[in-house]
Design a protein around this ligand. Structure first.
Ligand code: ADP
Ligand code: ASP
Ligand code: MG
Length: 439
């Protein structure tokens, strides 16, 4: 008999009969797709579940709204941008509810605010601080299928409408699953699960049957946008298993659950879970910073005050003759303008020479719990990159990750080289990309 895994708490919870599903933009790109998804939701309802759905805006419509905003204003006010972007999910939620009702089932759509998704007040990247699912629970109790607009909430303090950051509907779904004590959170997308690399770049990528929260956190943090980073953090905190699968096929996907702390590192396990890449970052170098106690702290306090999350940070040893040092770091490109303005205003106070901005970079990361017990992973990674003629601009590591910054146009070849070097290429191509523009 198989004894229950001590980390899989939800398995030992009494089943609630509630299933939370999330459909991404590519799964609801047009009217036909919305009808197809409606049929799939109805199947889950017919199987005897209460069904709650978080839905994204149709296709690339969030990008189109952003383009429109930028045509009207180069720096749109964050409050108005959130008002605009949340409209995308309102369109898809209402259309989906209509399509379900056309199949003879009753559905109720709710905005994030109506669904009780309470956030902090940071527009554009709000964090969910609470979910009060009273209205949703009542709708479930009345037998309706519930559709919730993803990626949005309402601020507890300011009462303004907020968005959770790009890809945030995944987080809406997991937060709803946690609040409703759902049995499972299914994330439906345009690929069959989580692969060893983005199948758009590496057609020989292989689907992972399972992946731990920690490895998925690193993959998501390093750019594997198949899951939103905060959704994985949330799922780990509440021990909600996530099933990532395709809305275009009936195949089993990838189950994200369990912890590397409960896994004995063995010599047999695959060393690397996957290779992730990220083209959304930029690099800033603060040139000629006086090497005095507290100068770096002032720089990073100012950036934190501007709500900017930094990623890699490298400080060079100061040149003895000048006692000046350079500090480089990476950050989301979307924060580049704000960071440069914030730093420029510190120049006379801190006394650095100049600022350099480079957004023609990309990050490639190797992730896997197995690297804890395997020496030589870094050497193999770097020699694979060297073999592909890729130059390294920055390096950082964690217990289960090695990341490098490379030139943007070398990202694809770096990912492919690492994937091959660690024997991740499938002998027969199984990765299918069913939809989406990859935008
Ligand atoms: P959705 O619209 O369903 O939210 P996303 O575009 O946000 O879909 O995420 C799915 C995409 O994530 C895939 O089409 C794929 O290109 C990309 N992706 C990046 N890394 C991975 C990976 N390791 N496994 C699967 N997909 C990945
Ligand atoms: N529509 C939003 C976006 O494109 C949220 C999401 O799709 O999860 O980022
Ligand atoms: Mg997504």
């Amino acid at each position: 008999m198989v004894s229950p895994d001590p980390v899989s708490g939800p398995m030992s919870r009494p089943l609630s009969g509630i299933v939370v599903q999330k459909y991404g933009g590519s799964s609801v790109a047009d009217a036909a797709a919305i009808k197809r998804v409606a049929r799939r939701i109805v199947e889950a309802k017919k199987a005897g579940n209460a069904v709650v759905v978080a839905v994204s805006a149709m296709g690339d419509s969030t990008d189109e709204l952003l383009d429109l905003a930028n045509q009207v204003s180069p720096l749109p006010p964050a409050r108005e941008l959130d008002m605009l972007l949340t409209s995308g999910e309102r369109i898809s939620m209402a259309l989906l509810a209509m399509a379900i009702s056309d199949l003879g089932f009753s559905a109720r759509s709710f905005t994030g605010s109506q669904a009780g998704v309470i956030t902090d007040s940071v527009h554009g990247k709000a964090k969910i601080i609470d979910v009060t699912p009273g209205r949703i629970q009542s709708a479930i109790d009345e037998g309706h299928i519930v559709i919730v607009a993803g990626f949005q909430g309402v601020s507890q303090d300011t009462k303004e409408i907020t968005t959770l950051g790009r890809g945030g509907t995944d987080t809406t779904a997991v937060a709803l699953a946690a609040a409703l004590q759902a049995d499972v959170c299914e994330i439906y997308t345009d690929v069959d699960g989580v692969f060893t690399a983005d199948p758009r770049i590496v057609p020989a990528a292989q689907k992972l049957a399972t992946v731990t929260y920690e490895e998925m956190l690193e993959l998501a943090a390093c750019g594997a946008k198949v899951l939103h980073l905060r959704c994985v953090e949330y799922a780990r905190r509440y021990d909600i298993p996530i099933h990532v699968r395709s809305s275009f096929s009936q195949l089993e996907g990838t189950v994200v659950s369990g912890s590397i702390d409960h896994q004995e590192p063995t010599m047999e396990q695959a060393i690397i879970a996957g290779v992730a890449h990220d083209r959304s970052e930029a690099k800033i170098t603060v040139v000629g910073v006086p090497d005095k106690v507290g100068e770096a702290a002032r720089i990073f306090e100012a950036l934190a005050g501007a709500q900017i999350n930094l990623d890699m940070i490298v400080q060079n040893v100061s040149a003895a003759a000048t006692n000046l040092t350079d500090i480089s770091f990476t950050l989301p490109r979307s924060d580049g303008q704000t960071a440069m303005t914030t730093l420029a205003s510190l120049q006379s106070e801190v006394g650095f020479d100049s600022l350099l901005y480079d957004d023609k970079i990309g990050k490639v990361s190797l992730i896997g719990a197995g690297m804890r017990s395997h020496p030589g992973v870094t050497a193999k990674f770097f020699s694979a990159l060297a073999g592909a003629g890729v130059s390294l601009r920055m390096i950082s590591t964690s217990e289960i990750r090695i990341s490098v910054v490379v030139d943007e146009d070398e990202v694809d070849s770096a990912v492919a080289a690492a994937h091959t070097a660690f024997d991740l290429d499938a002998s027969e191509v199984e990765a299918v990309v069913y939809g989406g523009s990859g935008r």
